[in-house]
Design a protein around this ligand. Structure first.
Ligand code: NAI
Length: 532
């Protein structure tokens, strides 16, 4: 009863109560899991704020994991915004206040030199997926230090809900090297180290120690980097991607889900990928990550690499990304255009005539009325993706996109928006949520035992996801499948990812003939097992 993995609460059967000595310890009426779900939802829906709902869900996870996963799997559309963006952003900001019980592992400066030993404190040994953050760039909210732990916890809950990864095989990790967030440093309830961030070689050494120790302690684990700041995210991806089984969801997962959205949007506009012109607002992890995968996809559609790069223009906080700028990092430099430097968004739109705007700037309001109107004038039916999270950071709202484009925009966002009625038509905005991609990628990696995660897997995932969007979805402007189908989506992606692993010589062993059935059989179902 005290172990959330085993606890069934009022659903322990009469026989279990006898056999396990539970008589008298639970109320006499034996309830079904359905009854328990109903009770939870009645209370959950009465709550007045989403943060309270988040706390209820976290408490349920602490008490009865099976019931928790049943609730979030069956009611994924309702639950995802609570356990993930946008509510998780608020939860991370207040993590110190709402903290109940520790989840996952905190690897801090104090553990330096002894991380391998500390990882042995985790009681489960067969870990398959680790999500790790250092809390420096939580969603679009900045440095939240150890409070960023809410993100790995939420992402791993989605691995289980969306792709059936066993909860006991998941490990959330927060690396705590301090925080530069003064509000947190001044807050006695802040849970992390009360010191400023370690940087430079000492920081790299700690990450290296963690990666080596984690790969030894959990040799079958995929390590997902999550919400690291830009200056570390790209470096670590390059440093580790050919050494350990790892990927960066902010860079690669976002790229895949955005590309899938573009593929679907082109089914509506009947356009060809190679004819599109992209204007990115934000040239960070998410933006350039999408850009790189877009270049791969454009080349697969017949363009040369220079042509593909010319189709992808970027605006960052300093204006258009152009060759003459001296402040560009390597990731931006690859997209620098032969243009005059300018900060004039309208001149940029005029010169490039984008068919798609991709927002990953973390700056609300960047897709203004006139930006959307001007783009619509040139593009006819513009593709508008406001990917910045949480909702408060979105470049525009769904309603604004439809209204300002006179109903022409094909819109998706990072955080969810409700359907919009405009000019008598109902538009269903897409959620360019990485949850369509990373759970399936993870399942495919686990199923194939792949040694590495490759770009081809993300390209395949994007194509697979787009192919699952139905004509009825497109009719409503919906460019991603319904979240209700997320387990089928993840399974389909996993099958393709496992095939890529096998084809690339990365799979641990030969895959079974009927791969789909084999992977499906691996997927965790949140049903009680009988103990007698
Ligand atoms: P980042 O810090 O690496 O990049 C931000 C970029 O925005 C920088 O290039 C910066 O120069 C630029 N920028 C700042 N102000 C700007 C302005 N006014 N106009 C144009 N560009 C401007 O951050 P990262 O990781 O790329 O994340 C950006 C946003 O994307 C965040 O809000 C994050 O939550 C969101 N995101 C969404 C995902 C999704 O929905 N699927 C996945 C990953 C990130």
């Amino acid at each position: 009863m005290q172990d959330p993995t085993l606890n069934k609460g009022t659903a322990f059967t009469e026989a279990e109560r006898d056999a396990l000595g539970l008589r008298g310890l639970v109320p006499p009426h034996v309830q079904s899991q359905d009854d328990q779900v109903r009770r939870f939802l009645i209370n959950e829906r009465k709550r007045s704020t989403d943060l309270e709902r988040y706390i209820d869900l976290a408490s349920l996870q602490d008490r009865n994991e099976t019931l928790y996963y049943r609730v979030i799997t069956e009611f994924i559309e309702e639950m995802m915004p609570l356990i993930y963006t946008p509510t998780v952003g608020l939860a991370c900001q207040q993590f110190g206040q709402i903290f109940r019980r520790s989840h996952g592992m905190y690897i801090s400066e104090k553990e330096r030199g002894g991380i391998a030993k500390v990882l042995c404190n985790w009681s489960r040994k067969d870990i398959r997926i680790i999500v790790v953050t250092d809390g420096e760039r939580i969603l679009g909210l900045g440095d939240l230090g150890a409070n960023g732990m809410g993100i790995p916890i939420g992402k791993l809950a989605l691995y289980t809900a969306c792709a059936g990864i066993e909860p006991t095989q998941c490990l959330p990790v927060a690396i705590d090297v301090g925080t530069n967030n003064q509000t947190l440093l001044d807050d006695p309830l802040y849970l992390g180290l009360h010191q400023r961030r370690t940087t430079g070689e000492a920081y790299d050494a700690l990450i290296e120690e963690f990666i080596v120790a984690a790969s030894e302690a959990f040799p079958k684990a995929l390590i997902q980097f999550e919400d690291f700041a830009n200056h570390n995210a790209f470096r670590y991806l390059e440093k580790y991607r050919n050494r350990v089984c790892t990927f960066n969801d902010d860079i690669q997962g976002t790229a895949s889900v955005a590309l899938a959205g573009i593929y679907s949007a082109l089914r509506i506009t009947k356009g060809k990928l190679r004819d599109q012109r992209f204007l990115f607002f934000g040239a960070g992890e998410a933006g350039t990550g999408v850009g790189e995968l877009m270049v791969t996809a454009l080349m697969a559609d017949g363009l040369t690499e220079p042509e593909a790069r010319r189709a992808c223009w970027f605006i960052d906080s300093k204006g258009l990304v152009v060759r003459s700028r001296t402040d560009l990092n390597e990731e931006k430099r690859r997209f620098a255009q032969d243009q005059e430097p300018t900060k004039d968004t309208f001149a940029i739109i005029e010169a490039h005539r984008p068919t798609a705007l991709i927002g990953a700037s973390g700056q609300p309001g960047t897709f203004s009325n006139s930006v959307i109107e001007t783009t619509t004038r040139f593009a006819g039916r513009p593709i508008i993706f406001a990917l910045s999270n949480p909702t408060s950071k979105a470049e525009c709202t769904a309603e604004q996109a439809y209204k300002w484009s006179d109903g022409q925009a094909i819109f998706a966002s990072g955080s969810p928006f409700q359907p919009v009625e405009f000019n008598g038509k109902r538009f269903v905005p897409g959620q360019g949520n990485n949850a369509y991609i990373f759970p399936g990628i993870g399942l495919g990696i686990v199923a194939s035992g792949s040694r590495l995660v490759t770009d081809e897997m993300f390209l395949t995932a994007a194509r697979t996801l787009a192919a699952l969007v139905t004509e009825a979805d497109l009719e409503q402007g919906r460019i991603y499948p319904s979240l209700k189908q997320i387990r089928e989506v993840s399974l389909a992606i996993a099958v393709q990812v496992a095939r890529v692993a096998e084809k690339s010589g990365l799979a641990a062993e030969k895959l079974p003939e009927d791969l789909e059935s084999a992977i499906k059989a691996m997927m965790y179902q949140p049903n009680y097992v009988s103990y007698v």
